[in-house]
Design a protein around this ligand. Structure first.
Ligand SMILES: [Mn+2]
Length: 146
């Protein structure tokens, strides 16, 4: 199992490759806000564990194992964004919230959140009902701070 930090790298490499067609050390350093030498060290580690294939002067690619894990991590990220959006979290908070929680949930919890997202998407009325509760709680909160 990859560590949370390794997961961040694999996830980022996977999305860079699917949007740009390739992932370079500089792209990763920029995306993850770390120094390029830190990226290189992690890439070597990921290579050792067979998630990426690293060639010193030519950069790196995801192995089949890396692709499989990468897809799973990107899907998990997307699911959690969708989940927070459905339950009404402010849009500008969603990305950072997902980055904060995604590595700390079990795959069991992810599966159950998948069910819940499906539950809400199956019937618009369920989302409207939730919004009613939210409106009620929000106005109660406002009254408290008056
Ligand atoms: Mn993420």
């Amino acid at each position: 199992m990859p560590t949370p930090t390794m997961e961040d790298y694999i996830e980022q490499i996977y999305s860079l490759i699917s949007t740009k067609g390739y992932a370079r050390v500089t792209d990763l350093a920029e995306a993850l806000l770390v120094h390029p030498s830190t990226v290189t060290k992690m890439i070597q580690k990921l290579d050792k564990e067979n998630f990426v294939h690293y060639e010193k002067y030519r950069g790196f690619i995801l192995t089949d194992k890396g692709k499989k894990v990468g897809k799973r991590l990107v899907d998990r990220h997307d699911l959690l964004e969708e989940f927070l959006e459905i339950i009404g979290v402010d849009e500008e908070l969603i990305y950072d919230d997902v980055e904060g929680i995604e590595h700390h949930l079990s795959w069991n919890a992810i599966d159950r959140i998948t069910d819940l997202v499906e539950y809400f998407k199956e019937d618009e009325q369920r989302i409207l009902d939730l919004k009613k509760i939210q409106a009620r709680n929000e106005s109660a909160n406002k009254d408290e701070t008056k």
